[in-house]
Design a protein around this ligand. Structure first.
Ligand code: SF4
Ligand code: SF4
Length: 95
């Protein structure tokens, strides 16, 4: 099940999601199989299959699991420190 809030903050306001470096990605599909939240999907562009981040908001805040299993280090996430700052700010705004 996908969480709609994180620490009381709407999930869609938190910029935590994987990013794929297409210079490194070999479209092996390991991340597609690995992520239970179905963040990744295969797509076709100009007749070529590629892996995309289809559901960024389904990514579990502060999870980095797919980074570890990607064989070419093509996946990155934002800085945890910066993301936590954004979350703290959003919490303050709400209060
Ligand atoms: S695991 Fe890495 S190389 Fe494989 S499809 Fe995903 S991003 Fe691309
Ligand atoms: S970090 Fe975790 S939840 Fe987010 S896409 Fe990767 S495996 Fe899925």
């Amino acid at each position: 099940m996908i969480e709609e809030t994180y620490e009381g903050v709407p999930r869609n306001k938190i910029p935590w999601a994987p990013k794929i470096d297409y210079d490194k990605c070999i479209t092996c599909g390991k991340c597609v199989d690995y992520c239970h939240n179905r963040v990744f999907e295969f797509d076709e562009k100009d007749g070529e299959k590629r892996t995309i981040v289809k559901n960024p908001n389904a990514c579990v805040v502060f999870c980095r699991g797919c980074e570890d299993i990607c064989p070419t280090d093509a996946i990155t996430h934002p800085s945890e420190e910066e993301t936590q700052k954004i979350i703290d700010k959003l919490k303050e705004t709400k209060a």
